[in-house]
Structure formats: structure tokens, C-alpha cells
Design a protein around this ligand. Structure first.
Ligand SMILES: NC(=O)c1ccc[n+]([C@@H]2O[C@H](COP(=O)([O-])OP(=O)(O)OC[C@H]3O[C@@H](n4cnc5c(N)ncnc54)[C@H](OP(=O)(O)O)[C@@H]3O)[C@@H](O)[C@H]2O)c1
Length: 304
């Protein structure tokens, strides 16, 4: 467990991401729910989802998985901003749209109070005073407890940290994004909880998307090819082939071990559709990557 910023709460350093293929209707619901139950049994206390994931399917699934469970010690996080409406993803950070999205999230998740509500990828001009005024009203009404920002862009993250309005930031942090450590340090230094999303670099350090054994792999490959940034990660991931050769560690475990070696990260949120992968990752907290491996990762990062 690690401190969750200035909140006084503790969080498991491994979190479970209810996004990606896990939240798609083509991934069987029973398997998705079983993974959440496995995560709970492993002691995972942080679950991250979003209104846009799977067009709402991901939130509904997480709600079903948590039904009847004691959620009082869990940090359940969702997001608002982009959302699929009539088959199209619409970005809307107006106070009314954010309130409506939060209302739907409470319903789907079966929670009166969302422990962590995050703005999902807004630009700075979209984070208006009117929006914050509404958010404070909704917080006072008990609709959510903590406010976070999820962004992969430097400027909104800098702005959010300096604003003092957010309790958490979620950003992409993995062996391919070592440069994020500076932002994480600033956020943690201001008392915010830093949440590492994509800690396994979306599986690219393990060539996960090239293995093509299941429908999920085809989806991961399509996602990897869809955006220039992801395509670049697939290529950059090839440089970390040495992570597959560490005794006692799989490549995914090593990638997670590197993220958790940063004490300013509160929680690393992994995505998986396989119970054996989750079990393997749950063995990482408490272990330290050998110094020689840390040095080789640093050297590879430095050279590229
Ligand atoms: N990706 C984004 O753009 C994004 C944006 C905002 C927030 N986030 C948050 O970050 C979470 C994680 O992101 P992510 O799922 O995109 O990336 P990730 O956790 O870095 O990587 C997931 C990939 O790693 C594979 N994997 C998981 N465990 C493995 C293991 N033990 N061995 C080998 N491969 C393994 C998964 O495949 P299997 O399914 O086969 O295990 C999947 O292909 C999300 O769920 C979300 O909460 C992500």
C-alpha cells in the first residue's frame, strides 16, 4: 500500500484498469467480472474506468462486478469529457455535460459517491471557472469525493498541478515515458496522488500486440497501429527486448517493477484480459528489479 497523495488514504500500488479490451462488449462480460473479483482477492484497491470506455460498457461492467461487495475501502475512479453518444465520440466539458456524465457514471457504477472523478483529456480553455463552480457544487452534494485530471499532454498537466484544484493526476508513465518523472515529482510535491496509466507501455515492450493468439490481440494490434504515437511506441518497445531475459522476471513484470521503483507514483494501473497475467503482475509489489537491469533501462532511455 502507498499513500494516496494528501488524502490520508492508502492505495494498493497495483491498480486495475477497466478500459481497453476489458471494457469492450466483444470481451465476455463473465470473464471481465471474474478479473475484477480476482483483483479484489489479490488486494487491489484501485479501479479505474471512464464514461467513454466501451461506450459505457466498462462502467456498467465494473458496477456489476462490485455489486454486493464492500466498496468502502476501494478507490474507484471514473472520468468524464469524451463520451460516445449515438455511436459518435463527443467531447464536452461544459458544466451541464459533465454533470450529466457524472450522473450516468453514478448510475452505471451503482455508487452514490464516486471516490475519484477525473476530467478526461481536457484542453486548458475547457477547464473554465464555471466548470469548477459546478464541480464544487456536485462535490458538496456528495456526488464525488476527489477530483483528478487524466491527460497525456504536458500543458494541461502543468496547469492542473499549478491550479491547486486537483487531488490527483493520471498520466502515461512507463519505460518509454521516463520523462514523465519530472511531472510526477511536481505533482507529488504539491500533495497530489500521481497515478501511472499504461505502465506496461500498452504491452509494446513485450511485443504483446504481435503475438496474435486471441481476439484481444487483434484489437491490441489495431490500437497500436491506429495512432502515430502508438506506432512509435511499438517500434521503441523493441529496444527493451532484454527485459524478456531477466531471471525470475517476465518482461511485463519488469516493466511494472520499473514504474513502481519510483516512490512518487501512488498506483500503477494495468490493463489485462487474462487472469494469469494479473496474477503475475500482482507478484511485483515489494520486489526490486536488479540494479543492473535498472541501469540498462536508464542507459536505453538515455540513448533514445
Ligand atoms: N491506454 C490509454 O490510452 C489510457 C488512457 C487513460 C488511462 N489509461 C488507464 O491505464 C490503464 C492501463 O492501460 P492499457 O491497458 O492501455 O495499457 P497497459 O496496462 O500498459 O498494457 C496493457 C497491455 O499489456 C498486456 N499485459 C497485461 N499484463 C501482462 C502480462 N503479465 N504479460 C504480458 N502482457 C501483459 C495486456 O494484454 P492482455 O489483455 O493479454 O493481458 C495489454 O495488451 C487503463 O485500463 C486505464 O485505466 C489508459
Amino acid at each position: 500500500m502507498r499513500p494516496f497523495g494528501r488524502t490520508g488514504a492508502l492505495v494498493s500500488e497495483l491498480g486495475f484498469g477497466c478500459a481497453s479490451f476489458w471494457g469492450r462488449s466483444m470481451f465476455p462480460e463473465a470473464q471481465a467480472i471474474a478479473l475484477v473479483h480476482q483483483a479484489l482477492e489479490l488486494g487491489i484497491s484501485f479501479f479505474d474506468t471512464g464514461a467513454s470506455y466501451g461506450g459505457g460498457v466498462a462502467e456498467t461492467r465494473l458496477g456489476l462486478a462490485l455489486k454486493g461487495r464492500d466498496t468502502s475501502r476501494l478507490l474507484i475512479a471514473t472520468k468524464a469529457g469524451p463520451e460516445k453518444i449515438n455511436g459518435k465520440v463527443v467531447r464536452d466539458y461544459s458544466p451541464d455535460a459533465i454533470e450529466a456524465s457524472l450522473a450516468r457514471s453514478r448510475e452505471r457504477l451503482g455508487l452514490d459517491t464516486i471516490p475519484l472523478f477525473q476530467l478526461h483529456g481536457p484542453e486548458i480553455p475547457e477547464m473554465t471557472d464555471a466548470l469548477f463552480e459546478r464541480l464544487w457544487q456536485l462535490r458538496a452534494r456528495g456526488w464525488f469525493r476527489l477530483l483528478g485530471l487524466n491527460s497525456f499532454d504536458q500543458e494541461p498537466l502543468d496547469w492542473a498541478i499549478a491550479s491547486g484544484r486537483f487531488d490527483t493526476v493520471m498520466l502515461d508513465y512507463n519505460v518509454l515515458r521516463a520523462d514523465r518523472a519530472a511531472l510526477i515529482g511536481t505533482a507529488a510535491g504539491s500533495g497530489m496522488a500521481a497515478i501511472a496509466g499504461m505502465p506496461l507501455a500498452m504491452g509494446h515492450i513485450d511485443r504483446q500486440a504481435l503475438k496474435l493468439r486471441r481476439p484481444s490481440d487483434l484489437w491490441y494490434l489495431a490500437r497500436g497501429l491506429a495512432y502515430p504515437r502508438h506506432r512509435a511506441d511499438m517500434v521503441a518497445g523493441m529496444r527493451y527486448g532484454f527485459l524478456r531475459e531477466i531471471e525470475g522476471w517476465s518482461a511485463a513484470q519488469a516493466a511494472l517493477g520499473w514504474v513502481l521503483a519510483n516512490p512518487q507514483v501512488s498506483v500503477a494501473v494495468v490493463g489485462t484480459t487474462r487472469p494469469e497475467h494479473l496474477a503475475e503482475l500482482a507478484m511485483v509489489p515489494g520486489r526490486q528489479l536488479p540494479q543492473a537491469v535498472m541501469a540498462r533501462i536508464a542507459d536505453t532511455q538515455h540513448r533514445h
